[in-house]
Write a protein that binds this ligand. Structure first.
Ligand SMILES: [Mn+2]
Length: 377
């Protein structure tokens, strides 16, 4: 068997769930279902492409202890790839690697499948397929482990091809951080091993990026954050001889990050109108991020979140960010979030109907205590 064409996929994040919305079909969290659907589509597309080998570059699961459902979806994929005769190499990423070894890894179970070659023990492992060696560096919890694993890479010159699979932030040519506390910074393997690797398959960064000839992040199959709104979802097909990379996009839920609306000069009615025209351009079922900025305090108190939600009734989920502007002083994002707490309380008080309490006085008192508490902390 000669390995000539591979499929490189990564960051499936099975078990990811968000927004507390239930799928009427499966009864599961709808976002969780979205991730299973995208992953299933990737598997179906890989099987249709019939590569000689499939490689998953980490974060198959979103957590070290995935749910029964997430495990079932993964095992079903292994079974389908196995039935199609496509071997699978996979490494564990920072999301699924247990922080304590005693937890054990779900990859121990995955390793029981024929044709599946998992590397997950925070150390270097190598798998041989005829004239190809696949060198695996899974996520390592400790820097020393990563150093030891990198130092353990052994190149057999008898092999025609070498592929390196690893998960983390490539340090050269850009910033490929996901902003996660346990992410791994990768040494420059192309420099440490000049002209050795036919291909370096990277996982962790959720966008497809070609770092260089024969070095790529293939990107994720779904988006875990609104910051990925403009990124495609899919996987790579790679020809080891020519180095040609073909990106195969898959369907994913639409994500839209709207241009922030400056509310300084707008009345509440104006704001609703502006937001309405923005909402009209959003696809049905999208996850939408809306920022209202420079919102005067008086406007903020009269804005009704219920109305905003109704305007976006067609979308799947509306993420709202409201940034206040106080007389003369503009607040930056994080400050405004904190400042908004007393104001949220103000809105609550205002909506208390037929209260026997003096709303104005209650608001002033509440805002006073909330502000004091925030200052203390
Ligand atoms: Mn990831």
């Amino acid at each position: 068997m000669t390995i000539r064409r591979i499929c490189h996929f990564s960051d499936s994040h099975l078990g990811y769930a968000e927004y507390g919305k239930i799928s009427p079909l499966s009864g599961l969290n709808q976002r969780e279902q979205d991730f299973y659907d995208a992953f299933d589509e990737v598997i179906a597309r890989i099987i249709a492409l019939k590569p000689d080998l499939a490689i998953h570059a980490g974060d198959l699961f979103h957590t070290p202890r995935p749910s029964n459902r997430a495990i079932r979806v993964a095992l079903a994929a292994l079974q389908r790839l196995g039935a199609a005769g496509i071997p699978l190499v996979l490494i564990s990423g920072n999301h699924e690697t247990p922080r304590i070894k005693a937890t054990g890894s779900i990859f121990e179970s995955i390793a029981l499948f024929p044709g599946v070659y998992p590397a997950y023990q925070s150390r270097y492992e190598r798998f041989t397929f005829a004239d190809l060696d696949v060198h695996c560096l899974p996520h390592c919890s400790l820097t020393e482990e990563l150093e030891a694993a990198s130092a353990a890479i052994a190149i057999d010159p008898a092999r025609a091809h070498h592929i390196l699979v690893t998960h983390g932030s490539w340090r050269q040519g850009g910033s490929y951080s996901m902003g996660e506390f346990n992410e791994q910074l990768l040494p420059d393997f192309s420099h440490l091993f000049p002209d050795v690797f036919t291909y370096i398959a990277l996982g962790h960064y959720h966008r497809r990026v070609d770092i260089a000839e024969r070095i790529s992040y293939c990107g994720a199959s779904e988006r875990t954050s609104i910051s990925q709104a403009n990124q495609a979802c899919g996987f790579l097909e790679v020809d080891l001889l020519s180095g040609e990379r073909i990106y195969h996009p898959v369907s994913s839920r639409a994500m839209v990050r709207l241009e922030p609306v400056s509310c300084r000069e707008l009345t509440v009615a104006d704001i609703y109108e502006r937001v309405q025209s923005l909402a009209a351009a959003c696809p049905d079922g999208a996850i939408v991020h809306l920022t209202l900025e420079q919102v005067p305090e008086s406007t903020f108190l009269r804005l009704e979140m219920r109305v905003l939600e109704e305007i976006f009734a067609r979308v799947f989920y509306l993420e709202k960010q409201l940034l206040l502007e106080r007389a003369g002083e503009a607040l930056s994002g994080s400050q405004a979030q904190i400042e908004a707490l007393p104001l949220e309380f103000g809105r609550y008080v205002q909506n208390l109907q037929e209260s026997e309490l003096d709303g104005e006085r209650l608001y002033r008192l509440g805002a006073h205590y909330l502000t004091a508490a925030e200052e203390e902390s």
